[in-house]
Design a protein around this ligand. Structure first.
Ligand code: AMP
Length: 179
């Protein structure tokens, strides 16, 4: 992404202190998504960064990963597969528990969601500790797929998520050092 556009994206990220819990600074990306130039710019930049990867489908993580993941899948001309919060998928699904920067939860993936030997790109809005993305990788492996890359708009570098996922598999546009 060209530097002025990246700066414009950074300028539209809103820090919300103590939300959803005291001590968490929530990165609100809705102003970036609401700006047509920035939304398109972010999706195009992420698509360019993964252009050399052999991807059979894009997996987006509920809920904010659906927004970028859906747009990215359409741009890459790949199918989109949702990883959802518990109880949302209508058919047989695998479930994985995970820890969050601010709590714990579970994620699910339909057992038949992926093509044979799927090469998956995982998309979410933000990388913090990496627990959400790691749980998603476990689900993908249980469905017979492999993760070829993880894509995020924002990375909170100081929480070590990229190291947990394998830094060479992680693409992020905006990296934040310790506040
Ligand atoms: P983690 O599993 O710790 O990498 O957390 C990443 C997930 O939690 C993503 O789905 C994010 O949307 C959300 N998240 C964690 N921390 C924040 C934060 N400071 N601001 C916004 N979203 C966050």
């Amino acid at each position: 992404m060209n530097p002025p556009l990246l700066e414009a994206v950074a300028a539209r990220v809103r820090d919300v202190p103590d939300w959803p819990k005291p001590g968490i600074v929530f990165k609100d990306l809705t102003p970036v998504l609401a700006d047509p130039l920035l939304f398109h710019g972010v999706v195009s930049a992420l698509a360019a960064r993964v252009a050399t990867l052999d991807i059979t489908e894009v997996v987006g993580i509920e809920a904010r990963g659906f927004i970028l993941g859906g747009a990215l899948a359409a741009t890459l001309r790949r199918g989109f597969v949702p990883v959802r919060k518990p109880g949302k998928l209508p058919r047989k699904a695998h479930r994985e528990a995970y820890g969050l920067e601010y709590g714990a939860d579970s994620l699910e993936l339909h057992t038949d969601a992926l093509v044979r030997n799927a090469q998956v790109l995982v998309v979410d809005d933000l990388l913090a500790t990496g627990g959400t993305a790691l749980a998603t990788e476990k689900l993908i492996r249980r469905c017979g797929g492999v993760v070829v890359g993880f894509v995020f708009l924002v990375e909170l570098e100081y929480l070590g998520g990229a190291e947990r996922l394998g830094a060479d598999r992680v693409v992020s546009l905006l990296k934040y050092p310790r506040p």
